[in-house]
Design a protein around this ligand. Structure first.
Ligand code: F6P
Length: 350
């Protein structure tokens, strides 16, 4: 059996841990040959691949990013203005691939799903720091991103406290608020603003003024996809041809400008950006990624294609990709963490 493996979309801590686990489980046990496709689906078009062996993955468990490289705007079904999927399938056939293990988010899963319908079976592994994929309680990479946000808030609180400032920290997460919610709670934010709950600038200012009156600073954790009532998303860039063309960013600076005239304290903002995606995965993410990789290899060996591995409670399960591709998972209105946040005095924007 010959299996291809690729990483699609943004890089993410734990990708290498999955590549390692799949390679060790399939090649290490002598069950299959594994070829890494480089730069995501783009590698199928530019014919870039390499053989993976237990030796080639020996030191990558703790390494951030992906040794295979990735691409976040290559959909072979509509790349550079035309459908190049035939070319991609021809390269897979030439390599002799029986199936693909695809590590990615919703965009990558949707593309893999379409290839599966064209005769290239797949098994999916859910990746994204955003934690916004349906059917899995956690994606690997999320825990590492939350750890970065939590540490950043700790550090920024030092200045907030010393100068009695209002400090705003902006997280990633696209249209889901998981990173801001968990990172904000872990870092002791006083205000957490999520895409799922449009906020009132005046209500946030009033909260900061109440804290000022009590001699306190205010720490605000805002997701890049959060927006004030009646306002649109803060879009940094549009990438033509990408499965998700909008790049968000800058809402913290937007909020800083609007809050400053409404409070006494100095208001400052920090955009954490790619610091949340870089560096070594946490121990939790290394273990989750290794479990996902091993279970993906098991699905391959059992011939159970068209499925994505997932974490449900403490158990690794798998779901049909049909029900998942193209869907996302925002923070639900009844999420228990929202209740905990409100119950412990965190302001959620209204
Ligand atoms: O989906 C992961 C993610 O890091 C989002 O949180 C963020 O909006 C986006 O990717 C940024 O992508 P890029 O690195 O292409 O700017």
């Amino acid at each position: 059996m010959h299996i291809g493996i690729l990483t699609g979309g943004g890089d993410c801590p734990g990708l290498n841990a999955v590549i390692r686990a799949v390679t060790l489980a399939l090649v290490g046990q002598g069950a299959a040959k594994v070829t890494g496709i480089e730069r995501g689906f783009h590698g199928l078009l530019i014919r870039r691949s390499r053989t993976l062996t237990p030796e080639s993955v020996v030191d990558i468990l703790a390494e951030g990013g992906t040794i295979l490289g990735t691409h976040n705007s290559c959909d072979p079904f509509r790349f550079e203005g035309r459908d190049q999927s035939e070319q991609a399938l021809a390269y897979a056939k030439e390599l002799g691939l029986d199936a693909l293990v695809v590590i990615g988010g919703d965009g990558t899963m949707s593309i893999a799903h379409r290839f599966a319908h064209r005769g290239l079976p797949m098994v999916g592994v859910p990746k994204t720091i955003d934690n916004d994929l349906p059917a899995t309680d956690r994606t690997f990479g999320f825990d590492s991103a939350v750890a970065v946000v939590s540490e950043a808030l700790d550090r920024i609180a030092t200045t907030a406290r010393s100068h009695q400032r209002v400090m705003i920290v902006e997280t990633m997460g696209r249209y889901a608020g998981w990173i801001a919610l968990e990172g904000g709670l872990a870092g002791g934010a006083d205000v957490i603003l999520l895409p799922e709950l449009p906020f009132s600038v005046e209500a946030v200012a009033a909260h900061a003024r109440r804290r000022e009156a009590a001699g306190l600073h205010t720490l605000i954790c805002i997701a890049e996809g959060a927006r004030a009532e009646g306002e649109g998303l803060t879009v940094r860039e549009r990438i033509a041809g990408s499965p998700d063309p909008l790049r968000l960013g800058g809402v913290s600076a937007w909020l800083q400008q609007r809050l400053q005239p409404l409070v006494q304290s100095e208001v400052r903002s920090t955009l954490l950006g790619h610091t949340q995606r870089g560096g070594t995965p946490t121990a939790f993410d290394r273990i989750l990624a290794t479990r996902f990789g091993w279970h993906a290899a098991e699905l391959v060996l059992k011939g159970e294609f068209g499925r994505m591995v997932a974490l449900q409670g403490d158990t690794i399960v798998s779901h049909s990709i049909d029900a998942i591709a193209g869907h996302t998972r925002p923070v639900p209105a009844d999420d228990p963490l929202l209740q905990v946040a409100r119950g412990t005095g965190v302001m959620l924007g209204t």
